[in-house]
Design a protein around this ligand. Sequence first.
Ligand code: HEM
Length: 512
Amino acid sequence: MLTVGLTLGLSLIIAAYYWLRQHYRYWEKLGLPHIPSTLIVGNVYDLLSSRSCAGEQFMTLHHHPAANGHDFVGIHVLHNHALLLRAPELIKRVLVSDFSKFGSRFARSDPVGDEIGALSLFFAQYDIWKEIRPIFSPLYTYGKVKQMYPLLTQVGYKLEEYMSTLKFDEETNSTVVEVKSMCALYTTDVIASVAFGIEANSLSNPKAEVRNKCIEVNDPRFKRLLHLFTMFFAPKLVGRVGTHIYSPEFEEFMRSFIKYAMDERMRSGAHPNDLVDVFLALKERTIPTAKADVMQKHDFFVAQAAFLLLAGFDTSSSTISFALYELARHPEMQRRLRAELLEALEKGDGVIDYEAVNALPYLRMVVDETLRLYPSNSFVERRCTAVEGYLLDSESGYRIPEGMPIYISILGLHRDERLWPKPLEFDPERFSPENRKLHTPMSYMPFGGGPRGCMGTMLAPMEIKAGLIHILKNYRVETCSLTPSEIKFNAKAFALAGDGGTRLSFVKDKIY
Ligand code: HEM
């Protein structure tokens, strides 16, 4: 009896092994370029074992020798057959020209157990996304960001006040600061102010509630990492794992935060045309739409607000930190930037208004180069939604089947030496007005691309530039013994961030 059981067990293991081997030979059998993968984990072992963050993992695959010379390469993300696109023309087809066949992300949250996650603009499936996006996009256009600029400036002055209260060494006039945490105080206050019309007071009180909740929501505890990993890479399991983007405490906090913001707005009668105004208009809307019932629920507002808060503070604070890090390492670039700021301050009698910020060429070059070398959202993905599949390549005749995930490594593209010579060097000259014209289209995409690209493409650069202006007009930034000689990315963070933080020395040196 025991022998029969053992034989049966062994046969099952051997059969499973052969089945798995066949499964993972999918690309090989099709004769398409592919990166050899390991059973069960596929090509994402480093990510799974917390050796690298998702951005670095996809960059490693983008630069893999087996991918060399190919426009696309077959990979396995766990057990999923997936494609990694490498050629800008192909990326354009998927994100822009043939968007109708790739309108949903592969990632999603549990629509039953995590309504707040599943309804957010980022995770919403195409049929609901196409109704939500046009409602919120107008909030972040060029004209709207121009209207928001005075609010950004107000927070900028609060950042100056905050920095003036730091303890400086009397002899050297300097102090060491962990920049990412400091910049996150600024970006949290900016988003709370421009989206909700609320003063979050993170800069005046770093322990203030909104800031505390934002720190908590990004805490890389095991449960959160498991949920995020499942949502992004094994979405079929979201129901079984019971994924949630946010903790119940954060959801509760956001519910009362949004209720407070809406009540305040009704009481004050003001209409700054921001996110809260859009929520109030949706609530009162009587014209039925296909998804009207969903879009009038309080949790729908909470879903959008929570995601925008998260999207707005973490990515932008990382970018300001990386820019300061590179400026500290390149004093000649910092001198040039501060000279440009001085000229603008003199012209504007101490004020750099919206038009003036947009007219600062070197500031733009520095920010764009920072987003090239450190694109805080370092990969994008889509799911093929065409029932008939999608003809990827006429030479091989390969059709991407419905449901297959498609990945694009932004970090990989931005550090691809075919597109960016000496890619690891920080060189703002790449973005001089003359050099910009030479870029290959879709080789630079810090904000993703196409109709589902980032909604903050106007707001984020302005928020970053205003932050840099308010810091650099009063301080010179230098490396110190605690500054890493190169940035190692935090393997547990979803947006790119320096591991263990980034410490820099700020020296008092007012230019105006
Ligand atoms: C440096 C700052 C930022 C970077 C690098 C960044 C980058 C990105 C990227 C790469 C995506 C995915 C796009 C795609 O799949 O093609 C994205 C999505 C998104 N971002 Fe940003 N982002 C930043 C700041 C912001 C800000 C300030 C907001 C707030 C308005 C924002 C709102 C969003 C939204 C709503 C989406 C989802 C869009 C959709 O699915 O329709 N982002 N962002």
